[in-house]
Design a protein. Structure first.
Length: 128
């Protein structure tokens, strides 16, 4: 795996977590794409703890590097566990503090209900 563009002088968190992501639930995936100040996070399957760990390692470094425009693409996501939802909430809070944005796109109604239950919808902008 290669380091996303825009992440300088940081360990390659995608490579560090590749084994975790592939062994816990091989159908659950977190894909991260960066271009300039924008990041697209694509989630597939039933995402959980393993993807939450990778996401947190990524977003902490990304925000430090000035990447503050995040879009969560959920077209292939069937569910999110409470750990992943909590990680999204933490990311949203940090982005808000940094003056950034957090949008969602193509969220299934079941996943939207999970987000709303945790109160995550208050941090989101855009999306379906």
């Amino acid at each position: 795996m290669t380091r996303p563009a825009g992440i300088r002088n940081r360990p390659n968190i995608l490579t560090e977590n590749a084994d975790i992501l592939s062994t816990v639930n091989p159908e659950a995936k977190l894909t991260i794409a960066c271009k300039g100040n924008r990041t697209t996070l694509s989630v597939t399957g039933a995402v959980g703890v393993a993807q939450a760990v990778a996401l947190k390692r990524f977003y902490v470094n990304a925000i430090l590097e000035g990447i503050t425009d995040f879009t969560l693409e959920c077209a292939g996501c069937t569910s999110m566990d409470s750990t992943f939802l909590g990680t999204l909430t933490g990311m949203a809070l940090r982005l808000k503090k940094a003056g950034g944005t957090f949008r969602t796109r193509d969220v299934r109604i079941e996943v939207l209900k999970q987000m709303a239950t945790l109160g995550l919808s208050q941090f989101l902008s855009g999306g379906k």
